[in-house]
Design a protein around this ligand. Structure first.
Ligand SMILES: CC(C)(COP(=O)(O)OP(=O)(O)OC[C@H]1O[C@@H](n2cnc3c(N)ncnc32)[C@H](O)[C@@H]1OP(=O)(O)O)[C@@H](O)C(=O)NCCC(=O)NCCS
Length: 213
C-alpha cells in the first residue's frame, strides 16, 4: 500500500492531537477527518449508545481491558493509513456524527482489498444521505489514493438501509455469509447471516469517472 502519508506505529506522542499529515475529505453533506483527542468521551458515549465494539467491529460488545486506551489508540491512528486500516470521523453540520473505516492489511485481507465499516451514532443523523456520501468519499479515496483493487462490505441481511446505500452506489451483492456475526440480541449464541457486497476499481471508475467522488 502506498500514497498515504504517515503510516507509522503508535507512540505516546500519537495519543495527543491529530497528526498534521492526516487526510481531510470534504463532501457536500459531511466531512471525513481524523478524530480529535478531545472527542474521546463523546466517542465512548456514542459507541456505548449503539453497542459498537471499540475495536471497530459491529456485533455484541466484548469485555475490553482498557476501553479508554483502546479508543485513544483508535483516535490517534485515525485520518491516515495505520497498520492497513484507514478510519475517519464523520462530521456533519460541525458535529461528530459517526465513523467510517476501510479495514485492510496483511493479517486481514489480500493486498489491495479493503472492507468498509460505518456507523452513524444518532438515529436522527440517519436517512439524510450522510452514510451514502461517507461511503462514496472513503471508497473513492481507497481506489484513487491507496491503490485499492476491490472495496467490500458485509452487513446483516436484515440491514435494509445499509444494503440500500451499497446498492445505490454500485456495490454488487456477491453472496450470503451464513452464521457470520454473533447476534447482539441472543446471548444463547445465535449468529446472523451477512451479505457480502463489493465494488472493483474498474466498476468504480466506470460508475463515477476515475476522478469524480
Ligand atoms: C447504514 C447507515 C450507515 C446508512 O447511512 P444513512 O445516512 O442512514 O443512509 P442514507 O441516508 O445515505 O441512505 C439510506 C437508504 O436506506 C433507505 N432506508 C432507510 N431506512 C429504511 C427502511 N427502514 N426500509 C427501507 N429503506 C430504508 C433510504 O431510503 C435510503 O435509500 P435510498 O437512497 O435508495 O432512498 C446508517 O443508517 C447507520 O449508521 N445505521 C446504523 C449502523 C449500521 O447499520 N451500520 C452499517 C453496518 S455494516
Amino acid at each position: 500500500m502506498s500514497g498515504e502519508p504517515g503510516n507509522r506505529g503508535s507512540s505516546a506522542a500519537d495519543l495527543g492531537s491529530p497528526a498534521p499529515d492526516t487526510v481531510v475529505i470534504r463532501g457536500t453533506r459531511c466531512t471525513l477527518r481524523a478524530f480529535r483527542s478531545d472527542e474521546l468521551d463523546t466517542l465512548i458515549a456514542a459507541l456505548h449508545s449503539v453497542g459498537e465494539d471499540p475495536a471497530g467491529f459491529a456485533g455484541p460488545r466484548e469485555t475490553v481491558g482498557d476501553e479508554r486506551e483502546e479508543l485513544r489508540r483508535r483516535i490517534a491512528a485515525s485520518g491516515r493509513l495505520h497498520d492497513g486500516w484507514l478510519e475517519f470521523a464523520i462530521e456533519a453540520d460541525g458535529r461528530l456524527v459517526g465513523d467510517v473505516q476501510g479495514r485492510g492489511g496483511r493479517r486481514m485481507l489480500p493486498p489491495g482489498v479493503y472492507e468498509l465499516g460505518i456507523e452513524l451514532y444518532d438515529p436522527a443523523s440517519r436517512g439524510k444521505g450522510i452514510g451514502s456520501e461517507a461511503v462514496t468519499l472513503i471508497t473513492t479515496h481507497l481506489f484513487a489514493k491507496l491503490g485499492a483493487g476491490r472495496v467490500q462490505a458485509t452487513t446483516d441481511v436484515t440491514n435494509v438501509p445499509m444494503r440500500a446505500v451499497l446498492a445505490r452506489l454500485g456495490f454488487r451483492e456477491e453472496g450470503v455469509l451464513r452464521d457470520f456475526m454473533p447476534s447482539r440480541d441472543d446471548p444463547a449464541g445465535a449468529r446472523n447471516d451477512y451479505v457480502l457486497a463489493a465494488v472493483t476499481a474498474a466498476d468504480w471508475a466506470g460508475l463515477r469517472g476515475a476522478t469524480r467522488p
